[in-house]
Ligand binder design. Structure first.
Ligand SMILES: NC(=O)c1ccc[n+]([C@@H]2O[C@H](COP(=O)([O-])OP(=O)(O)OC[C@H]3O[C@@H](n4cnc5c(N)ncnc54)[C@H](OP(=O)(O)O)[C@@H]3O)[C@@H](O)[C@H]2O)c1
Length: 169
Protein backbone atom coordinates (compact mmCIF):
# COMPACT_ATOMS: atom_id res chain seq x y z
CA UNK A 1 0.00 0.00 0.00
CA UNK A 2 1.21 3.49 -0.68
CA UNK A 3 0.16 6.70 0.95
CA UNK A 4 -2.58 8.45 -1.01
CA UNK A 5 -2.23 11.83 0.58
CA UNK A 6 -0.15 13.80 3.04
CA UNK A 7 3.50 14.57 3.35
CA UNK A 8 4.74 10.98 3.32
CA UNK A 9 4.02 10.72 -0.40
CA UNK A 10 7.27 10.11 -2.23
CA UNK A 11 9.18 9.29 0.96
CA UNK A 12 11.34 6.24 0.64
CA UNK A 13 10.43 4.62 3.99
CA UNK A 14 8.71 1.23 3.64
CA UNK A 15 7.05 -0.23 6.73
CA UNK A 16 7.34 -4.02 6.61
CA UNK A 17 5.66 -6.19 9.20
CA UNK A 18 4.20 -9.66 9.52
CA UNK A 19 0.92 -9.88 11.39
CA UNK A 20 -1.34 -12.72 12.50
CA UNK A 21 -4.87 -12.89 11.09
CA UNK A 22 -6.12 -11.13 14.20
CA UNK A 23 -3.57 -8.34 14.01
CA UNK A 24 -0.77 -9.33 16.40
CA UNK A 25 2.96 -9.12 15.63
CA UNK A 26 4.21 -11.14 18.61
CA UNK A 27 2.77 -13.29 21.36
CA UNK A 28 2.57 -11.88 24.89
CA UNK A 29 5.93 -13.47 25.76
CA UNK A 30 7.49 -11.93 22.58
CA UNK A 31 7.45 -15.32 20.83
CA UNK A 32 7.41 -15.01 17.04
CA UNK A 33 7.96 -18.68 16.12
CA UNK A 34 4.50 -18.66 14.46
CA UNK A 35 6.17 -16.59 11.72
CA UNK A 36 8.05 -19.71 10.61
CA UNK A 37 4.92 -21.74 9.85
CA UNK A 38 3.03 -19.51 7.48
CA UNK A 39 2.39 -22.27 4.90
CA UNK A 40 1.92 -21.83 1.18
CA UNK A 41 -0.43 -19.38 -0.50
CA UNK A 42 -1.41 -21.32 -3.61
CA UNK A 43 -2.78 -18.36 -5.54
CA UNK A 44 0.28 -16.31 -4.75
CA UNK A 45 3.44 -15.76 -6.71
CA UNK A 46 6.28 -17.97 -5.52
CA UNK A 47 9.76 -16.56 -5.55
CA UNK A 48 12.96 -18.54 -5.31
CA UNK A 49 15.54 -18.13 -2.54
CA UNK A 50 17.81 -16.41 -5.08
CA UNK A 51 15.08 -13.92 -5.98
CA UNK A 52 14.40 -13.27 -2.31
CA UNK A 53 18.11 -12.71 -1.65
CA UNK A 54 18.34 -10.37 -4.63
CA UNK A 55 15.36 -8.42 -3.33
CA UNK A 56 16.83 -8.06 0.16
CA UNK A 57 19.98 -6.63 -1.46
CA UNK A 58 17.90 -3.69 -2.74
CA UNK A 59 17.26 -2.59 0.87
CA UNK A 60 19.74 0.16 1.72
CA UNK A 61 19.01 0.61 5.41
CA UNK A 62 16.88 -0.85 8.22
CA UNK A 63 15.27 1.13 11.05
CA UNK A 64 14.08 -0.66 14.20
CA UNK A 65 13.00 0.04 17.77
CA UNK A 66 15.22 -1.08 20.63
CA UNK A 67 12.92 -3.94 21.69
CA UNK A 68 12.97 -5.37 18.19
CA UNK A 69 16.75 -4.93 18.24
CA UNK A 70 17.04 -6.90 21.49
CA UNK A 71 14.85 -9.65 20.10
CA UNK A 72 16.78 -9.74 16.80
CA UNK A 73 20.04 -10.20 18.75
CA UNK A 74 18.50 -13.09 20.70
CA UNK A 75 17.11 -14.84 17.61
CA UNK A 76 20.15 -14.29 15.37
CA UNK A 77 20.77 -11.03 13.56
CA UNK A 78 18.74 -11.16 10.30
CA UNK A 79 19.91 -7.92 8.69
CA UNK A 80 23.42 -8.94 7.62
CA UNK A 81 25.85 -6.06 7.11
CA UNK A 82 23.21 -3.67 5.79
CA UNK A 83 23.22 -0.44 7.85
CA UNK A 84 20.68 -0.59 10.69
CA UNK A 85 19.52 2.32 12.83
CA UNK A 86 18.23 1.38 16.29
CA UNK A 87 15.93 4.02 17.80
CA UNK A 88 16.39 4.22 21.58
CA UNK A 89 16.81 6.65 24.44
CA UNK A 90 19.02 4.21 26.33
CA UNK A 91 22.80 3.80 26.35
CA UNK A 92 23.98 0.56 24.71
CA UNK A 93 27.22 -1.39 24.71
CA UNK A 94 29.10 -1.29 21.41
CA UNK A 95 27.24 -3.17 18.70
CA UNK A 96 28.17 -4.69 15.35
CA UNK A 97 29.72 -2.29 12.86
CA UNK A 98 26.60 -1.86 10.74
CA UNK A 99 24.45 -0.77 13.74
CA UNK A 100 23.99 2.83 14.82
CA UNK A 101 21.89 4.05 17.78
CA UNK A 102 19.68 7.12 17.38
CA UNK A 103 17.72 9.00 20.05
CA UNK A 104 16.53 12.26 18.50
CA UNK A 105 13.57 13.52 16.52
CA UNK A 106 12.22 10.92 14.06
CA UNK A 107 11.44 13.39 11.25
CA UNK A 108 15.04 14.63 11.43
CA UNK A 109 16.21 11.01 11.34
CA UNK A 110 14.36 10.37 8.09
CA UNK A 111 14.70 13.70 6.29
CA UNK A 112 18.17 14.79 7.36
CA UNK A 113 20.08 11.66 8.26
CA UNK A 114 18.67 8.85 6.13
CA UNK A 115 16.93 10.17 3.00
CA UNK A 116 20.04 11.91 1.59
CA UNK A 117 22.10 8.71 2.07
CA UNK A 118 19.71 5.85 1.40
CA UNK A 119 17.13 5.28 -1.32
CA UNK A 120 15.30 2.23 0.03
CA UNK A 121 14.76 2.53 3.81
CA UNK A 122 12.91 -0.27 5.60
CA UNK A 123 11.17 0.21 8.94
CA UNK A 124 10.93 -3.29 10.40
CA UNK A 125 9.25 -2.78 13.77
CA UNK A 126 8.18 -3.06 16.32
CA UNK A 127 4.65 -1.90 16.91
CA UNK A 128 5.62 1.11 19.00
CA UNK A 129 8.11 2.58 16.53
CA UNK A 130 5.82 1.89 13.54
CA UNK A 131 2.98 3.77 15.24
CA UNK A 132 5.24 6.79 15.84
CA UNK A 133 6.40 6.78 12.19
CA UNK A 134 2.80 6.51 10.93
CA UNK A 135 1.53 9.23 13.23
CA UNK A 136 4.29 11.56 12.02
CA UNK A 137 3.54 10.77 8.34
CA UNK A 138 7.01 9.36 7.75
CA UNK A 139 5.97 6.16 5.96
CA UNK A 140 5.54 6.17 2.17
CA UNK A 141 4.68 2.49 1.69
CA UNK A 142 3.32 -0.35 3.83
CA UNK A 143 4.07 -4.01 3.07
CA UNK A 144 1.98 -6.06 5.44
CA UNK A 145 2.25 -9.85 5.34
CA UNK A 146 -0.62 -11.69 7.03
CA UNK A 147 0.26 -15.10 8.46
CA UNK A 148 -2.60 -17.66 8.50
CA UNK A 149 -2.79 -17.98 12.27
CA UNK A 150 -5.09 -16.61 14.99
CA UNK A 151 -3.06 -15.81 18.10
CA UNK A 152 -5.88 -14.59 20.33
CA UNK A 153 -3.65 -12.21 22.25
CA UNK A 154 -0.26 -10.56 22.06
CA UNK A 155 1.38 -7.35 20.90
CA UNK A 156 -1.00 -5.52 18.62
CA UNK A 157 0.10 -3.92 15.37
CA UNK A 158 -1.30 -0.41 14.92
CA UNK A 159 -2.35 0.07 18.53
CA UNK A 160 -2.05 3.82 18.23
CA UNK A 161 -2.79 6.45 19.10
CA UNK A 162 -3.34 7.00 15.37
CA UNK A 163 -5.67 9.20 13.36
CA UNK A 164 -7.44 8.15 10.12
CA UNK A 165 -5.16 7.85 7.10
CA UNK A 166 -6.06 6.77 3.55
CA UNK A 167 -3.75 4.38 1.69
CA UNK A 168 -3.78 3.07 -1.89
CA UNK A 169 -3.81 -0.70 -2.26
N1 LIG B 1 5.88 -9.72 13.35
C1 LIG B 1 6.77 -8.85 12.93
O1 LIG B 1 6.89 -8.56 11.72
C2 LIG B 1 7.65 -8.16 13.94
C3 LIG B 1 8.52 -7.17 13.48
C4 LIG B 1 9.30 -6.50 14.41
C5 LIG B 1 9.20 -6.80 15.76
N2 LIG B 1 8.36 -7.78 16.17
C6 LIG B 1 8.26 -8.06 17.60
O2 LIG B 1 7.74 -6.91 18.27
C7 LIG B 1 8.28 -6.84 19.60
C8 LIG B 1 8.90 -5.44 19.83
O3 LIG B 1 7.98 -4.42 19.48
P1 LIG B 1 7.62 -3.23 20.50
O4 LIG B 1 6.48 -2.47 19.92
O5 LIG B 1 7.46 -3.79 21.87
O6 LIG B 1 8.94 -2.36 20.56
P2 LIG B 1 9.82 -1.59 19.43
O7 LIG B 1 8.97 -0.65 18.66
O8 LIG B 1 10.68 -2.56 18.73
O9 LIG B 1 10.80 -0.77 20.38
C9 LIG B 1 10.28 0.18 21.29
C10 LIG B 1 11.44 1.01 21.79
O10 LIG B 1 11.94 1.84 20.74
C11 LIG B 1 12.37 3.07 21.27
N3 LIG B 1 11.55 4.15 20.72
C12 LIG B 1 10.31 4.07 20.17
N4 LIG B 1 9.90 5.28 19.78
C13 LIG B 1 10.89 6.14 20.07
C14 LIG B 1 11.10 7.53 19.88
N5 LIG B 1 10.16 8.31 19.32
N6 LIG B 1 12.26 8.08 20.30
C15 LIG B 1 13.21 7.30 20.88
N7 LIG B 1 13.08 5.97 21.08
C16 LIG B 1 11.93 5.41 20.68
C17 LIG B 1 12.21 2.99 22.79
O11 LIG B 1 13.46 2.43 23.20
P3 LIG B 1 14.15 2.65 24.65
O12 LIG B 1 13.19 2.05 25.63
O13 LIG B 1 15.42 1.89 24.49
O14 LIG B 1 14.36 4.11 24.81
C18 LIG B 1 11.07 1.99 22.92
O15 LIG B 1 11.05 1.34 24.16
C19 LIG B 1 9.30 -7.96 19.69
O16 LIG B 1 8.68 -9.07 20.29
C20 LIG B 1 9.61 -8.28 18.24
O17 LIG B 1 10.06 -9.59 18.05
C21 LIG B 1 7.57 -8.46 15.29
Amino acid sequence: MSRSEGNAKGRSVTLHMVSSLDGFIAKKDNNVSWLDSTGVYEAGVSISEEEAAAFVKTIDCYVLGSRTYEHALELGWPYGDTPAIVVTRREWPPARKSVEFYSGDLKTLVDVKLAPRYRNIWLVGGAMLCDRFLELGLVGEIRLTIGPVLLGEGLRLFSGPLTEQRWNL
